[in-house]
Design a protein around this ligand. Structure first.
Ligand code: KDG
Ligand code: MG
Length: 424
């Protein structure tokens, strides 16, 4: 029952107790725009004139989340007390019969982050302060280096080291594979969702397994042992292949090997662990603590990548991080360009606070995206630093956003050389 209905005649005891007039939610609007790429943003407004923003972008499925928010979530928010963040989270998660899943959890995350943003503004405090204050001065970040071949990728790693990065992810083209994951086309920054319908890519595991160790051998030879190196397999290997790669990469001391095999069956990671001490990261496609419970409890991973926008917001990711801390698993949040600056702002406040922080992914947003979403975080000496603006410190220029309408875009798919579908 919405507050509007209860005002109209059916007194709602719980609402009446909790609402203060100024904190009452009077509007929840969904802004879909494409400043270079699609972003979905939820804006919640209170009667007192304070607004909060939440990112609701799910790459290639943007309109599904926008519709879920507009049709099923926003009408439930009107009239509620914006200060009841936990209760609203529980209402949207526990109160819903159809729970979990990326669309639902992204929508809940958008609401949750917008409410934490409002709380920060009402308290006059940056978000990290509300969470418990600083644990560190800045969040260690990693950049994305990629090249059509090993030599180009290694040169790219060098460019990021020159810019002050202390950690770099390296990906390179694989001979015989037309479009390897993570490689940009024609000098443009890497962006996977390039076409209206999914592009078809062809995958070859033996060639990849031959190339990846050579890439890291070369990068270590060119740039030494100081820089932290990361690599993303993007779910392409079976568990035993992943175990072999993790073992082959041991001499190059990776910071992490990411998504080495799909984690739908969490026990699969046991096989990798039995064979290698290369640290493992997983979870950018997860949306709940239940997706990684076994991985964490059994200490099958070292870093959890599930981030705020796809994992139910700050309220749920905080629980996940606390649970992970019990097993010395650290955070390594997803931070690709398909997560808007609103998510990045919230994630950085979280990173600034969370005790078991590991690293934060940082792909640069375009100039245009940065203009549409003015923010106060900045890069210095290998780390991202948040400012002290109340809330998460990211806003939206709605007039500018309106000039860039939604463009249909989907992520690619992968097939094996015999035409069978594979994991992308
Ligand atoms: O939307 C999908 C991208 O965010 C993903 O492909 C990027 O794997 C990715 C990463 O590690 O950033
Ligand atoms: Mg990834």
């Amino acid at each position: 029952m919405s507050h509007v209905e209860s005002e109209a005649g059916t007194p709602d005891r719980w609402h009446a107790q909790a609402s203060t007039r100024d904190r009452e939610i009077v509007a929840a609007s969904v802004i879909v725009s494409c400043p270079g790429r699609n972003f979905v943003t939820l804006k919640i407004q209170t009667r007192g004139g304070v607004h909060g923003l939440g990112d609701a972008t799910l790459n290639g499925r943007e309109l599904a989340v926008a519709a879920y928010l507009r049709e099923h979530v926003a009408p439930n928010l009107i009239g509620r007390d914006a200060g009841r963040i936990e209760d609203i989270w529980q209402f949207l998660y526990r109160g819903a019969y159809w729970r979990r899943g990326p669309v639902t959890m992204t929508a809940i995350a958008a609401v949750d982050v917008a409410l934490w943003d409002i709380l920060g503004k009402l308290a006059g405090m940056p978000l990290y302060q509300l969470l418990g204050g600083r644990s560190r001065d800045g969040a260690l970040v990693y950049a994305h280096a990629n090249g059509r071949d090993i030599s180009e990728a290694s040169d790219e790693v060098g460019k990021y080291i020159e810019q002050g990065f202390l950690a770099v992810r390296a990906q390179c083209g694989v001979p015989g594979i037309n479009k390897a994951y993570g490689i940009s086309t024609a000098g443009k920054p890497y962006e996977p969702a390039e076409s209206e319908l999914p592009a078809e890519t062809v995958w070859n595991t033996p060639r990849y397994l031959e190339t990846a160790p050579k890439l890291f051998e070369r990068v270590r030879a060119d740039h030494g042992n100081q820089v932290e190196l990361l690599h993303d397999v993007h779910h392409r290997l079976t568990p035993i292949e992943a175990a072999r790669l993790a073992r082959d990469l041991e001499p190059y001391r990776l910071f992490w090997l990411e998504d080495a095999t799909p984690a739908d069956n969490q026990k699969c990671f046991e096989l990798i662990r039995q064979h290698s001490v290369t640290p493992l990261a997983v979870g950018e496609v997860f949306n709940s603590i239940w997706d990684c419970k076994h991985l964490i409890e059994q200490q099958l991973i070292d870093y959890i990548r599930t981030t705020i926008v796809h994992g139910g917001g700050i309220s749920h990711i905080r629980r996940l991080a606390d649970f992970a801390a019990l097993y010395q698993v650290r955070t390594g949040f997803h931070g690709a360009t398909d997560l808007s600056p609103v998510c990045m702002g919230a994630a950085l406040h979280f990173d600034t606070w969370v005790p078991n922080f590991g690293i934060q992914e940082y792909m640069f947003h375009s100039e245009l995206a940065n203009e549409v979403f003015p923010h106060d975080y900045h890069f210095r000496d290998g780390r991202l630093h948040v400012g002290d603006t109340p809330g998460h410190g990211v806003d939206i220029d709605e007039q500018l956003a309106a000039r860039f309408p939604y463009l249909p875009r989907q992520l690619p798919v992968a097939r094996l050389e015999d035409g069978a579908m594979w994991d992308w």
